[in-house]
Write a protein that binds this ligand. Structure first.
Ligand code: ADP
Ligand code: TRP
Length: 334
């Protein structure tokens, strides 16, 4: 029996290489693996709960879809859709709220990050930006996952807690009705689980420290030049665990490229300027060929819509089967 892999990305900005290694690349591999069926979706309702996220949902959704397609996703070989085109998600979310302890949501990272930021600004924890969408966001995410009986969810490390919550919530439904929901597992790659941004913090749209996948070459070069380094001279040996530049290069390179870089960088010999140039070249080799395709797709949103419409129909058929099971188990009319 094939396993189902599923992942979503929020349309809150252009994709960066952290998204690529954490979610897109593993998903592209699974999409061609005969042992898996795959669901790939744009988590557009998730962009609603932060003020910054609301601004450009339409355009940012196209950008994510175009990125996947340009990077080689065959939409016919998987289920590729917008979350908002699958209204079954929202019925399941409402259902799951009654099986989610409120205390679990108090512990969610996304909510805690906002309350913490408020405290640091000297206002009450929940004074700014804490809407119910943010608060119950892990429930929406659990619905995204269990609606499709997903077995594995490839994500970056920051999403681990949410997958554990999805398991907990599905588990409490099952404890009442028997095995109606499948418990998902996170799939997190050890070596690339968290790519640093150019300032050394986690690469994230919200920190403005990203290397965008489809930036023009000249822009990529400029951003690579800004990767934070120390004052070691080219000849001095360098500590790979302490170098953002090293982590970025090796995180993106194949084995042979990584070894070549390692052998010149770590013992000393290659300076930071050269290493930054090589990083930009590496990124251009990986993403350059797909860039044109990406730009062409972005100029033709109706082509993207066509693919996503087909995906939505497939997704809804799967979702309706799960909802029927749940409604039956809970005593609703089906
Ligand atoms: P961002 O932090 O930039 O807002 P998202 O939260 O939209 O990114 O993440 C989309 C996917 O990409 C998730 O699976 C997430 O775990 C993964 N991801 C994001 N940043 C990184 C990173 N720096 N390294 C590895 N994976 C990441
Ligand atoms: N919350 C995820 C993020 O911020 C995006 C997401 C929404 C997701 N629903 C999902 C990821 C379901 C995996 C599975 O990156």
């Amino acid at each position: 029996m094939k396993k189902r892999a599923l992942t979503g990305i929020k349309p809150t900005g252009n994709l960066h290489i952290g998204n690529f290694v954490g979610a897109i690349q593993p998903m592209l591999k699974l999409a061609t693996d005969p042992n898996f069926t795959t669901n790939i979706f744009i988590a557009d309702y998730h962009a609603l709960n932060l003020a910054e996220g609301r601004a450009n949902i339409r355009q940012n959704s196209y950008a994510i879809a175009a990125s996947y397609l340009a990077l080689g996703l065959n939409p016919e070989g998987c289920t590729f859709y917008r979350q908002s085109d699958v209204p079954e998600t929202f019925e399941l979310t409402t259902f799951l709220t009654s099986f989610t302890p409120k205390g679990l949501m108090n512990r969610a990272h996304a909510y805690k990050a906002v309350t913490q930021a408020n405290r640091e600004q000297g206002v009450e924890d929940e004074d700014i930006g804490v809407n119910m969408g943010l608060y119950i966001y892990p429930i929406l995410m659990a619905a995204d996952i269990v609606l499709f009986d997903a077995d594995v969810v490839p994500v970056g490390k920051d999403q681990k807690q949410h997958i554990e919550f999805a398991r907990d919530i599905a588990g409490s439904v099952n404890s009442v009705y028997g095995q109606v929901l499948k418990l998902p597992e996170a799939m997190i790659s050890e070596e690339t689980m968290e790519l640093p941004g150019i300032d050394g913090r986690k690469m994230s749209k919200s920190y403005g420290n990203v290397l965008p996948i489809f930036a023009p070459k000249a822009e990529l070069e400029k951003i690579c030049m800004r990767v934070k380094t120390d004052s070691r001279t080219p000849d001095e040996p360098k500590d790979p665990n302490d170098s953002i530049l090293y982590k970025l290069y090796v995180g993106m390179a194949d084995e042979a490229q990584a070894k070549r870089f390692h052998d010149r960088f770590v013992p000393g010999g290659m300076g930071y300027g050269q290493a930054k140039k090589e990083l930009a070249e590496l990124l251009d080799t990986i993403f350059g060929p797909a860039r044109e395709k990406y730009n062409a797709l972005m100029a033709s949103p109706e082509t993207i819509d066509k693919h996503l419409d087909v995906g939505a129909a497939k997704a809804r058929a799967l979702a309706q089967a799960t909802l029927k099971r749940i409604r039956e188990a809970a005593g609703f009319r089906v």
